[in-house]
Design a binder for this molecule. Structure first.
Ligand code: ASP
Ligand code: MG
Length: 408
């Protein structure tokens, strides 16, 4: 017998039929003797609908009222799911974030969780009830409703699992797990049995949007085993957990992540003196633009070139900003390219294997793919390539690192 926190996303509770199916699934677990706390999102599309309503009044509505508005979506689904459970003979009780004292700071629309009071939930579980909690919402010290940012129900679920010391936090969604890469790009992509928190963070931040990134950070910090699995099909899903020292045969690379929305800018001919990088990046960050990779060439003579990447949507803004400050930066010229993409190999196994980079570059060279930028971390190597080679690069690396599924 275990205690599971089970989170169902918007698609999984998108209609009455689907809510009934969730109730059946939960009851299946109850019948095996497990204790269940369910966390639900709003019905799919509902949060967007509410945001859209507010925009019809004001493009920039008061954040406090925004939270009062968007938190209603989850209040609907906790009630409906609890009714469905009761109707099927399974005792259940719903709670809003405020009712379980999901205490957050007061940063409306992107609040952070501080503590949770598990007393009521424990009492319900002891009495054989399923506890159904609204995701995405909390309450600040003064009793104001807060929300945790888009996709925040994942984080609610993990926080509840941590507070209740649940055996597992299960995230039910419309995919059946975490894949070695996007199956739409590589048809031989495989579902991973397990992946570490660190790897998942790299995969998620690079665009595999299965889970809200914050929920993975939270799970890692409190060591909550997290499982991603399908609402619609039975299967083991993917377990996200701590690195397992006992597994001798860690694969070197667990997955290939990629991101198309990249652009690069090069500031040419800046002086090779202290403070130049700070000036360039200071300018960019003062405009609230986020920088990803950064490269500075070794100086020949007394000048050097400085290259960095930004989100493609920020490209024009960053370029104009640099161009209008050429003199101040002491630069000759600004060059750029907004048709690039980033591909990364991710794996904790890299720590204990040499030659991973060499293998990666060999696989790319074999396909005649030119590498424009490189950056590395302990468990990741990223390259920037021309956007038109992205899919080829992902496929080549997927094969080179032995990730392809065997033919059925
Ligand atoms: N309903 C919220 C959203 O759409 C929270 C969630 O689904 O996780 O962002
Ligand atoms: Mg979601």
């Amino acid at each position: 017998m275990a205690l599971y926190v089970q989170k169902f996303g918007g698609t999984s509770v998108g209609s009455i039929e689907r809510i009934q199916a969730v109730a059946d699934k939960v009851i299946g677990y109850r019948q095996k003797g497990h204790d269940i706390v369910v966390v639900v999102s709003a019905m799919s599309g509902e949060t967007n609908r509410l945001i859209d309503l507010s925009k019809q009044i004001n493009d920039n509505p008061v954040a406090r009222e925004m939270d009062v508005l968007v938190s209603t979506g989850e209040q609907v689904t906790i009630a409906l799911l609890s009714m469905a459970l009761e109707a099927k003979g399974c005792p259940a009780r719903s709670y809003t974030g405020g009712q379980v004292k999901m205490l957050t700071d007061n940063v409306h629309t992107k609040a952070r969780i501080r503590s949770i009071d598990d007393e009521k939930m424990r009492a319900d579980l002891d009495q054989g009830r399923v506890v159904v909690v609204a995701g995405f919402q909390g309450v600040d010290e003064d009793g104001n409703i807060t929300t945790l940012g888009r996709g925040g129900s994942d984080t609610s679920a993990v926080a509840l699992a941590a507070a209740l010391k649940a055996d597992e936090c299960q995230i039910y969604t419309d995919v059946d797990g975490v894949y070695t890469t996007d199956p739409r790009v590589v048809d031989k992509a495989r579902r991973l049995e397990s992946i570490t928190f660190e790897e998942m963070l790299e995969m998620a931040s690079l665009g595999s949007k299965v889970l809200q990134i914050r929920s993975v950070e939270f799970a890692g910090k409190y060591n909550v085993p997290l499982r991603v699995l399908s609402s619609f099909e039975d299967g083991p899903g993917t377990l996200i957990t701590l690195e397992d020292d006992e597994v001798m045969e860690q694969p070197i690379v667990s997955g290939i992540a990629f991101n198309r929305d990249e652009a690069k800018l090069t500031v040419l001919g800046v002086d090779d003196v202290p403070g130049v990088a700070s000036k360039i990046l200071g300018l960019i960050s003062s405009a609230n633009l986020e920088v990803d990779m950064i490269i500075q060439n070794t100086a020949e003579c007394s000048t050097t070139d400085f290259t960095f990447t930004v989100h493609r949507n920020d490209y024009q803004k960053a370029k104009s900003l640099l161009e209008s400050n050429l003199e101040q930066l002491g630069a000759r010229e600004v060059a750029g390219d907004n048709t690039i993409a980033k591909v990364s190999i991710v794996g904790v196994g890299m720590r204990s294997h040499a030659g991973v980079g060499a293998k990666m570059f060999a696989a790319l060279a074999e396909e005649n793919i030119n590498v424009l930028m490189i950056s590395t971390s302990e468990i990741k190597i990223s390259v920037v390539v021309d956007e038109k080679y992205l899919e080829l690069a992902v496929r080549a690396l997927h094969t080179a690192f032995g990730l392809d599924a065997e033919e059925a």
